[in-house]
Design a protein. Sequence first.
Length: 219
Amino acid sequence: MPSIRNIIFDLGGIFLNLDYQLTAQAFRRLGVTQYDELFSQHHANPLFEQLETGHLSNEDFFQSIRDLTELPLSDAQITNAWNAMLLDMPTDRITWLQAVAQQHEVYLFSNTNAIHYACFENICKRDLGNINFNALFRFAGYSHQLGFRKPAADSFRQLLGNLQLNASNTLFIDDTPGNISGAQAAGLNTIFLPPPQHVLELDIHNWSQHQGFTSSKSM
């Protein structure tokens, strides 16, 4: 196993608890019967990719949802349903991250959007108090601000280039298989951490012991 100097973390499902079904249920209660055709964690309407790369404004997103569903939904109704999946930020994971940051350079790369990000900021204020979540990382990158998103291998290459990181000594941790594949294609070492696993189960002193660890050199 290569010596790991840098660790890039995903956000949702890693530090922030999510429940995608809550958003699906919220939209169905609003009368959106075709929600599963519009969005899932692993397959999404191009509308959501445009939102997550910052190429679609919140206002245009709301109108697009109204057009797609043919329902007179308010911006607030769409926002509340869209954010229903965002749950909480357990403080023990933050303590764990702070310990990891004593031994490694830590970074964040998250697919998100301006609507979720505003809600996420409120969750951090509620759950973390005076702790500035973004300040825990040397760089916290969010797709709607960066202009690119996972799982494209080029998105990882661009992030590595922007941060001047070497893929061979950088580890990427995510809970989505497609993102792991993209990271491996870019030469990163990876740990796939599917639900219900979480970072507290990882031994920060010996990454190679974790089931699912894949060195890019063996791919």
